[in-house]
Design a protein around this ligand. Structure first.
Ligand SMILES: Cc1cc2nc3c(=O)[nH]c(=O)nc-3n(C[C@H](O)[C@H](O)[C@H](O)COP(=O)(O)OP(=O)(O)OC[C@H]3O[C@@H](n4cnc5c(N)ncnc54)[C@H](O)[C@@H]3O)c2cc1C
Length: 290
């Protein structure tokens, strides 16, 4: 398997800035995220605080970033990363149905959305999953609930319905799937995920909706669930001034590292993270040559 120098997770200003610097430094990179870049860019009506671009709209800013990426020949790999594992001298990244390897990783996946539901964390890996592509086959012939917060949730639910016996979809975001025989839409608010050793279902005000598995599909996954062993401070990834995390070779930038939640801070940290990743790659190379 080809190993990238740097895998960059997230296509907001942090990840894009990191990708630009890494490419300018001639590194072999993969930029994982969305062609729409970031909702937080496209939803900004007017940006007043980005130096050199007074009163630009979020949409125009996003287009300028897209053009800059294209000009540098940087493509976006449209995959959601489900997990990143530190393997010693490299990282293994589960992105959609693919496994990628990279010598270093820059985490720029933005703020983890919202609070978790009661029961979600205790039952994670025991019926609770964040990745339909990764875990669908575990539920062949069974019933799953999909808590559809993310834009991709509807498509993921339709994909699941091709594999499992029954999908119960809770529309909690902007999209919903086409109902079909084995895909029902439940317009109820999930209050908790229930189960003792394994998932029993989703609790709503109307009672328990029984399910063997629950897919919680949010736009972003809390960083320590994305990267086991990652150290957090007050819910944000703990970084030093070089954007180093506690895991050697793994860097973070942008909203995920804490306040202020601002474009310029994300972009600045992305630049630092990329330069630190370049320095890390040099260290790895020097070690190999000894
Ligand atoms: C409506 C609105 C207006 C704003 N206006 C301003 C403003 O005027 N000025 C200002 O400075 N700031 C503003 N902000 C804040 C600014 O948007 C954020 O601080 C900034 O976008 C953070 O950049 P980021 O790169 O850290 O993360 P984000 O922009 O949140 O990008 C994160 C990226 O990671 C991707 N991602 C997440 N999880 C995964 C995964 N598992 N796999 C692959 N990709 C993943 C997401 O799809 C997204 O592309 C505004 C925010 C909003 C919501």
């Amino acid at each position: 398997m080809a190993r990238y120098d740097i895998a960059i997770i997230g296509t907001g200003p942090g990840g894009i800035s990191a990708a630009i610097t890494a490419r300018v430094r001639n590194k072999n990179i993969v930029l994982l995220g969305s062609r729409n870049l970031s909702d937080k860019l496209s939803r900004a009506h007017r940006i007043d605080n980005y130096p050199g671009l007074p009163q630009i709209s979020g949409a125009d800013f996003a287009q300028a970033l897209r053009d800059q990426l294209a000009g540098l020949g940087i493509g976006i790999t449209e995959k959601r990363v489900a997990s990143v594992y530190a393997m010693g001298e490299y990282f293994m990244i589960q992105a959609g149905e693919d496994i990628l390897e990279a010598s270093s990783v820059i985490l720029a996946s933005g703020l983890a959305a919202g609070k978790t539901l009661p029961g979600e964390l205790p039952l994670l890996g025991r019926g609770v999953s964040y990745c339909a592509t990764c875990d669908a086959r575990l539920y062949r012939g069974k019933t799953v609930a999909v808590l559809g917060y993310s834009d991709e949730a509807a498509a993921e639910a339709e994909f699941l319905s091709e594999i499992v016996q029954q999908v119960l979809f809770f529309p909690l975001g902007k999209t919903e799937p086409q109902e079909r025989d084995n895909l029902r839409i439940l317009r109820e608010k999930p209050e908790a995920i229930e189960g003792e050793t394994t998932v029993r279902g989703v609790r709503t005000a109307g009672g328990l909706c029984e399910a063997d598995g629950v897919f919680v599909l949010r736009d972003s996954v809390a960083p320590d669930r994305l990267v086991p062993g990652l150290e957090l401070t007050d819910g944000h990834v703990a970084v030093d001034l070089e954007m180093r995390t506690n895991l050697p070779g793994l860097f973070a930038c942008g909203d995920i590292t804490g306040k202020p939640y601002q474009y310029i801070k994300a972009a600045g940290q992305g630049n630092v993270a990329a330069l630190s990743a370049v320095a890390w790659l040099r260290e790895l190379q020097e070690k190999k040559e000894k």
